[in-house]
Design a protein around this ligand. Structure first.
Ligand code: SF4
Length: 392
């Protein structure tokens, strides 16, 4: 069952309060470069990011933010823009009031504000501008007094626990401490989102389970330094996915390191796949295929599966307007007609290609055999079947 957190409005979106999990992403451009930042923000939005965070780390960056946001809004993009602040965040918010007013949410890592007075001032600026904040603590920014106390308590135990366990407790307490501090300064509860990112999956799950129990705030999920390639994807999917399965998490960001030259939008695609595979959100039709085995006699089924994915992607905009169920479509392309029909029975349309010793391909609709098709016509027949299915 989904944990019901306090609902927090961020621009036109509502995070938490039982609302669908929201996808966010972050740019890696120099924010003072308006054109490049704007271009990347638009790419992320077009890929499906529902909130975009930009770095606000210097005076030129702070000065560029109003320009970026106004240009976005002029082009009809209403996506909330989040400002990522660290060491000089309080200074920048204070000295660039238009930026403070236009940004939809402030992200602060309290461990990097320097003196606690700067944190307090940051919160007061959020109150004055009526903005929600995310308090994001991570391994490296645990509140020092809390950490020292935890380490000391641990050293006095008969059997001291490992440092990771101590850190988990210290991170959770730090988040609670800063959230309570913000509340005591006058920030409403419905302006607070929290996160506590760590780089290892078991600790991530422990930290968020604790936070889910001990705080009422919406939780922003993500691993920090997830890594690149398969490792980053797997860690993010397991960490974020296992929490979401427990009903924990209101907004997610997949922080994978892009490969050199790779589009930043990959993190959004991964986030969408995580939510879709958990049946929490639906973004596009699904094309499944079998892994292939000793029964498979060619890789045609793999090629058809890839081409059908592309075919559906290219038609998505046009077809989802005409067919409301388009996104829910599930297509299977399998490598043999012995096991293919059974393995694809939950698909709306299944194409089973002939395996070794088999001659014809067969099409199944909602798990029922419909007709045989010639192997050389299989792909076109599958497309025809998809269109017929959608027309109904
Ligand atoms: S559907 Fe057929 S070819 Fe594909 S993995 Fe299963 S048995 Fe092998």
């Amino acid at each position: 069952m989904k944990r019901k957190s306090i609902a927090v409005s961020v621009g036109r979106l509502v995070i938490g309060g039982g609302n669908p999990v929201v996808i966010q992403s972050m740019t890696d451009t120099d924010t003072s470069d308006v054109e490049n930042t704007l271009k990347q923000v638009k790419e992320l939005i077009n890929a499906g990011s529902e909130m975009v965070r930009i770095t606000v780390n210097t005076e030129p960056a702070a000065k560029s933010v109003p320009d970026i946001i106004k240009k976005l809004r002029d082009k009809g993009f209403e996506t909330p823009i989040i400002g990522d602040f660290h060491f000089n965040g309080t200074y920048l918010l204070k000295n660039f009031p238009e930026m403070a007013e236009l940004i939809d949410k402030y992200r602060i890592n309290p461990g990097t504000t320097g003196k606690i007075e700067y944190f307090d001032e940051f919160i007061k600026i959020a109150i004055d501008n009526d903005k929600p904040i995310r308090i994001g603590v991570n391994w490296g920014s645990v509140e020092r007094n809390i950490l020292n106390k935890k380490i000391e308590e641990n050293s006095k135990r008969k059997k001291p626990r490992g440092i990771k366990e101590v850190m988990v407790e210290a991170i959770v307490e730090s988040v609670i401490y800063y959230a309570e501090r913000a509340k005591n300064l006058g920030l409403s509860e419905n302006k607070i989102i929290v996160s506590a990112k760590v780089s290892e999956v078991p600790e991530l799950v422990k930290v968020y389970r604790e936070l889910a129990e001990k705080t009422p705030y919406p939780l922003h999920l993500g691993l920090t330094e997830a890594g690149s390639s398969i490792k980053g994807i797997v860690s993010s999917a397991i960490g974020i996915g296992s929490l979401l399965l427990q009903g924990i998490g209101d907004t997610i960001r997949v922080s994978v390191t892009p490969r050199p030259g790779e589009s930043r939008t990959r993190e959004v695609e991964i986030a969408k796949e995580i939510l879709q595979s958990l049946n929490l959100r639906r973004f596009h039709p699904e094309v499944i295929s079998c892994p292939g085995c000793g029964r498979t006699n060619s890789d045609l089924f793999k090629k058809i599966a890839e081409r059908i994915k592309k075919y559906l992607k290219e038609r998505q905009k046009e077809w989802e307007e005409i067919y409301p169920d388009f996104k829910n479509l599930k297509i299977a392309v399998m490598g043999c007609v012995v096991n293919g029909p059974g393995e694809s029975k939950f698909a709306n349309i299944g194409l089973c290609l002939p395996g070794i010793g088999e001659e014809k391909s067969a099409i199944y609709v909602n798990g029922e055999f419909k007709r045989t098709v010639k192997i050389e016509e299989a792909e076109e027949e599958l497309k025809r079947e998809i269109e017929d299915y959608l027309i109904g």
